[in-house]
Design a protein around this ligand. Structure first.
Ligand code: NOJ
Length: 558
């Protein structure tokens, strides 16, 4: 087998890496069926190298019925035909490496698809079979087993149990799914499950993959008694409400990840993990990145913080303290495929508490695109100046906003149906990228494509195409390109320490990165006098007579 070499060594590359998230379905469509694919990604790899990121992370690309955008995997060792073939994946890895980009893939260990061979076998072989022991099958409660085994809830809405029909045609056992019914949860107390995932890791590491993002890493271990949730557990759905939850953030996950770390460490070149773990407190998150466990974890406290100086500073301080206590670097994330794009989150009055979806913001105030964009520009400079690694979600470098008016009939996120049409879900941040031209599909699909993009692009995105922004003064794309270029070269940026500057109020974030760089972010409406500096390295917007306007950030040379 050809073994794609990663880019030139680089010690602990994951401590400083800027990783670009490719939501492959919406990135670039090479074959004209309206769905992004590996051909499209391969054509655009030079764009990503030119943007200045260090690595790409791809959302799941495996064979899947796509009940949840590919997070329902039917075969972990093959590529979905909509995206390409295993050979295409191998070629993509090699081409990325040749361009100096590392490749991170997404592993989904909490659940398989209900079309996975294991689950089909489990249904076919009936109660008590070894195949059922790989999942969580239980008899129901009630006189005829007609009630679910407990009161657990699906993250997407509704109950977390579905009843199967037994091979003899009778209503039978129930199986657990913390997400959609098409995503049965695996039983991580089962030895075969553990061995299988270590083998899957090796399969991809052997093909040259440099890292793995772990889907719902905090969900793998379940209380074997499957006790009912208490009222506060139900309220805390989607994240751990406390340290003793029956299915979130339980102690047992750590042993699993120590085993995974040993697999990664058995390779000569560094392979790194990033955990998707929604935990109750930064100290709980830090437990996933202890030296013998995972390398990094997404920082969702930062992602969900409102655009307020005090909240951002709190998220930064608590993250750095908790992660620093175990020697792990922080990662900074503004958007991903599960939350509303930050231009749209920030372009509205900001609450006190965390924000993931627009429903958590005032709906009676119209979205202010100019304000959201100005803040997103400042946020980019803040994010890329903080110590550690950073993620860029595809399209944020173009300043894309959340598409809030997708027609109901086109919504695909299972949340829409499972919530009884009360939660529109996450499709609005997954709309295909605009690359070029003045009308849809904006170069996302090739000329003469036989199908429309799988979600419609707003006509106004003609001003945000990569082509329109390339080389354009003041464009979001050129801001990202400049910031990433400077970040790659400046010795102060990336992994390391930061020091808050004294004497600023809570609406101004000002900190120093040694040697010689200061980042100042003005979250107040007022003009602010810049602290001592010898020059301006980069600003997110024009200064006014040497003063820093509101919602603007600047990198200063000291
Ligand atoms: C987290 C993923 O990011 C999300 O998109 C998915 O729906 C759930 N995990 C379930 O796999």
């Amino acid at each position: 087998m050809s073994h794609a070499q990663p880019p030139a060594a680089g010690h602990d590359w994951w401590r400083s890496a800027v990783i670009y998230q490719v939501y492959i379905r919406s990135f670039a469509d090479g074959d004209g069926d309206g769905i992004g694919d590996l051909t499209g990604l391969r054509e655009r790899l030079p764009y990503l190298a030119g943007l200045g990121v260090d690595a790409i992370w791809l959302n799941p690309w495996y064979t899947s019925p796509m009940a949840d955008g590919g997070y329902d995997v039917a075969d972990y060792r093959d590529i979905d035909p909509a995206f390409g073939t295993l050979d295409d994946a191998q070629a993509m890895i090699e081409e990325a490496h040749d361009l100096g980009l590392r490749v991170v893939i997404d592993i989904v260990p909490n659940h398989t698809s209900d079309r996975h061979a294991w689950f089909r076998q489990a249904v076919a072989e009936g109660p008590g079979s070894p195949a059922r022991a790989r999942y969580h099958f239980r008899d129901g409660k009630g006189t005829d087993g007609e009630l679910p085994p407990n009161n657990w809830r699906s993250v997407f809405g509704g109950g977390a149990w579905t009843r199967v029909t037994e091979p003899d045609g009778t209503p039978g056992q129930w199986y657990l799914h913390l997400f959609a019914p098409e995503q049965p949860d695996l039983n991580w107390d089962n030895k075969e499950v553990r061995a299988e995932f270590e083998s899957i890791l090796r399969f991809w590491f052997d093909r040259g993959v440099d890292g793995v993002r772990i889907d719902v890493a905090h969900a793998l271990d379940k209380d074997p008694g499957l006790p009912d949730l208490g009222p506060s557990d139900i309220e805390g759905i989607g994240s751990a409400a406390d340290a003793d939850h029956p299915h979130w953030d339980r102690e047992g996950v750590h042993e699993i990840f120590r085993g995974w770390r040993a697999v990664a460490d058995s390779y000569p070149e560094q392979r790194a993990f990033v955990a998707e773990a929604w935990t109750g407190a930064p100290e709980r998150l830090a437990r996933y990145v202890r030296p013998d466990e995972l390398h990094t974890a997404f920082n969702f406290d930062y992602l969900t913080a409102p655009w307020r100086g005090d909240r951002l500073r709190e998220a930064i301080d608590t993250s750095l303290a908790a992660l620093g206590s175990v020697g792990a670097p922080a990662t900074w994330v503004l958007s991903n495929h599960d939350v509303a794009r930050h231009v749209s989150r920030y372009g509205r009055p900001q609450p006190d508490g965390p924000v993931r979806s627009l429903s958590e913001l005032a709906t009676d105030v119209p979205f202010d695109l100019e304000l959201g964009t100005r803040r997103a520009r400042a946020a980019a400079l803040l994010t890329l100046a903080l110590p550690g690694g950073a993620y860029v979600y595809q399209g944020e470098e173009l300043g894309l906003w959340e598409v809030e008016d997708l027609p109901d009939a086109l919504l695909q996120d299972p949340t829409w149906e499972r919530s009884g049409h009360t939660d529109r879900g996450r499709d609005g941040c997954r709309v295909p990228l605009p690359w070029s031209g003045v009308s849809a599909p904006f170069g996302y699909s090739p000329g003469g494509a036989r199908a429309q993009p799988w979600l419609p692009q707003p006509a106004a995105w003609r001003e945000l195409t990569e082509e329109a922004q390339r080389g354009a003064d003041g464009s979001m794309l050129e801001l990202y390109r400049a910031a990433l270029r400077i970040r790659a070269e400046h010795p102060a940026l990336g992994d390391g320490a930061m020091t808050w500057d004294s004497g600023t109020d809570s609406a101004v974030l000002s900190f120093t990165r040694a040697p010689g760089l200061r980042c100042v972010v003005n979250l107040s409406p007022d003009l602010v006098v810049l602290p001592e500096h010898s020059g301006v390295i980069l600003a997110s917007g024009p200064l006014e007579s040497g003063l820093l306007p509101g919602d603007t950030a600047v990198w200063l040379a000291l």
